[in-house]
Write a protein that binds this ligand. Sequence first.
Ligand code: ARG
Length: 470
Amino acid sequence: MAENDKKQAPGVLWAGRLAEKPEAEAFVFQASIAVDSRLARDDIRGSRAHAAMLGKQGVIPPETAVKLDAELERIAGELESGTLTVDTNAEDIHSFIEGILTERLGDAGRVVHAGRSRNDQVAVDFRLYIKRAVPELVAELTKTIDALLDAAEKHTGSLMPGYTHLQRAQPVTLGHHLVAWCAGLVRDRSRFTDALNRLDECPLGAGALAGSSLPLDREATAKALGFARPTLNSMDSVADRDFALELSSASAITMTHLSRFCEDVVLWASEEFKFIDLAESWSTGSSIMPQKKNPDFAELIRGKSARTTGNVVTLLTLLKGLPYAYDKDLQEDKEALFDSIDTVRNCLRMFRGMMESARFNTERMEAACVGGFLEATDAAEYLVRKGLPFRKAHEAAALIVRDCVTAGLTRIADRSLAELKTRSALFEADLYDAITPSACVAARKLPGGPAPEEVRRQIGVLRNTIAQYP
Ligand code: ARG
């Protein structure tokens, strides 16, 4: 670094020990204010609970605790209204808030950090932030599931091909397909709420790693901040980031689901499928090809799943081999998790907007159930019901498909009964009614199947699950 680039870093909390501060560029490198300023509210909440407890426990005079509380509340209000802005030259949000307190209250501001370290402070701030951000994300999930289930309800009778290997497989319904998506989203929702339950412990009072000799009341701060209990072990309190791993994983899984739904949507929106018409306001055009209407939103959601997978890898790699208890490496945790939470929230909102405004082309879907022999399995099962071993039934139906292909026919029903009987004498005229797309769907009323009444039951189960765990 050139000599004239050496600028002094701003005031820091740890100035006493070190005669020299890092140069400006190095200071900025180790600072986290750009990322953790979004914890301002949470940092203030944590400090208010800590200060009130210090006052109650006689660690600081009660009137000082009152002053601190009032000033912290004022600072929160000013940050909210914009009359105070976070100083981006500060080292981190904790230094900034404590700095303002001291600037305004003098010695009264200097007592707030008694019995506390930024290590337990950042752990509590991070958890408090998550406890308000993740329920918002869960609400977005719930709304998305609701919207998809509403659509599913309307389409329990809308026939469409089900695919395996992206080849037409068996007829299902659009409702059945949408409920398949929702089943995944409902599990995602429970992954987030599980993680929230597990992280509901307050690290405050753990100090740097070994607690404090001051008579802190950890139960009181945990309670004041709305945590179920204090954390068990002070070293674990500052070292643990399991909650970030769990939530980033839940985010990545949710985004992986959305990426698959979006891939379906991209295919459906193609001229080849034409199963869905995305609203013009949820599509984009091309700068060169005048005719284009592109499913960019679906593509971008699919693309953004990459960063959430990356964030899981970032966090696992960050934690792997990290010695107990706190290490500065942990400062990298927030950017990754914030990004995952933001990405999932935004993508859910965009996905919902795109889907709610889309029009399903149900005639095209139904037409696609004909041709491709989606009824072949039902023809085989017809023979099984008449007593033929399945492997023989499978072979008979397969030979009929071959006969059709050779004859240039696209449906088993295009063969005469006499022709069908050459492959199995068990075929009767009632076969024709049993292998229409709607009969194939109606006959699959086992739990989990596509029959309309069964899909309505599945919708009810998912709606109940959500209502039971709000
Ligand atoms: N900015 C830090 C973080 O995000 C706060 C804790 C710093 N503690 C320390 N001893 N340097 O983890």
